[in-house]
Design a protein around this ligand. Structure first.
Ligand code: LMR
Length: 328
């Protein structure tokens, strides 16, 4: 008994003299892009910089770009568990397995430009789409912009018929599969990491992506040229593991939310100019860019439009109308 009391006294005196520091919270943020002028790469870096400066000792954000940790398909599964990764920003086209509402963003020629995308995302309808993730164990915290999609292939694409019979890489999205089928092309779902090799070796003939992805991944080097179609959008949902996020102390969560909102507002304004910078870099590197006349662009719009009918029931006609209203 005496020994126990002495031991307890030692423990108490030790505890009394030592202030126990709360362990630093580490947030692993995984994404697939890279490149010093890429909108998502830069936004993620900026988020980490601000958190790591302002919440020093309490929270540390570690960014894993270039798909070095997980590709976008795997990251969603890992996020639900919340152990290996706590934060990510997959493109909206990659949420297919979790919710069908995100399919809206892949409808061809739904938005005229990134400003229309931005206005819709900020609206009540736009925000309601993010909320559909919650019941699946993921919280959609913000939209980050990349930009409008362009189309490239190993031959010039001027009329929609030019895509006929060609194999195109698409993201993990059935709407994008339908879009290329509508053109008489052969779509193939493929991870971002594999696209350059697939274009180079002829596994696929073409692809669609933003200027920043086409430049940073050098797709233009293994294509005949890029056609400025602006036919769709690649944007991101910044997502966190619900289990992890709701387990954070309230004050920490509030501060992280505030920093994320600041970074979102600051960086989204720069996405268009960054994409134009990447477009220019393609030209400076002797890449070919083809522009379309209004009539030619209209022909692409008409050729792809039937895709809307195939998906409008499950996306919801009201949601489509709401999104469309920002491009009229
Ligand atoms: C793609 O797979 O083409 C894009 O979603 C990559 C990205 O994150 O921009």
């Amino acid at each position: 008994m005496r020994t126990v009391l002495i031991a307890a006294a030692i423990v108490f005196s030790l505890l009394g003299s030592v202030t126990v520091e709360a362990a630093e919270i580490v947030i692993k943020f995984s994404h697939v892009t890279s490149g010093k002028a890429h909108p998502k790469y830069l936004a993620a870096e900026e988020f980490a910089k601000r958190v790591n400066e302002r919440m020093k000792g309490k929270v540390r954000v570690e960014i894993f770009p270039g798909g070095q940790l997980f590709d976008d398909k795997a990251v969603l599964i890992e996020l639900i568990k919340g152990n290996a990764v706590q934060m990510a920003a997959p493109s909206l086209s990659k949420f297919e397995t979790i919710t069908k509402k995100f399919r809206l963003f892949d409808l061809p020629f739904l938005f005229n430009d990134i400003n229309a995308v931005n206005a819709f995302q900020a609206s009540e309808h736009g925000q309601s789409i993010l909320k559909t993730l919650e019941s699946k164990g993921i919280l959609g915290k913000a939209y980050w912009h990349n930009g409008m999609k362009q189309m490239s292939a190993n031959k010039p694409l001027i009329q929609p018929e030019d895509a006929n019979g060609l194999k195109f890489r698409v993201q993990q999205s059935d709407v994008l599969v339908a879009q290329f089928e509508q053109l008489g092309a052969i779509p193939q779902k493929m991870a971002f990491k594999e696209v350059y090799g697939a274009l180079q070796t002829g596994v696929v003939d073409g692809q669609e992506n933003t200027w920043s992805n086409i430049y940073s991944k050098k797709f233009f080097e293994v294509q005949d040229g890029v056609t400025e179609t602006d036919h769709g959008v690649i944007d991101y949902a910044v997502v966190v593991s619900k289990r992890f996020w709701m387990g954070l102390p309230d004050d920490i969560r509030t501060e992280l939310d505030a920093i994320l909102m600041e970074v979102t507002n600051d960086r989204n304004k720069l996405s268009r100019s960054l994409n134009l910078e990447n477009r220019q870099k393609i030209l400076d590197s002797n890449g070919t860019i083809r522009t379309l006349t209004a009539e030619q662009k209209d022909a692409w719009r008409k050729a792809m439009k039937p895709v809307w009918d195939r998906f409008s029931d499950e996306i919801g006609a009201d949601l489509i109308a709401a999104a469309q209203s920002f491009s009229q």
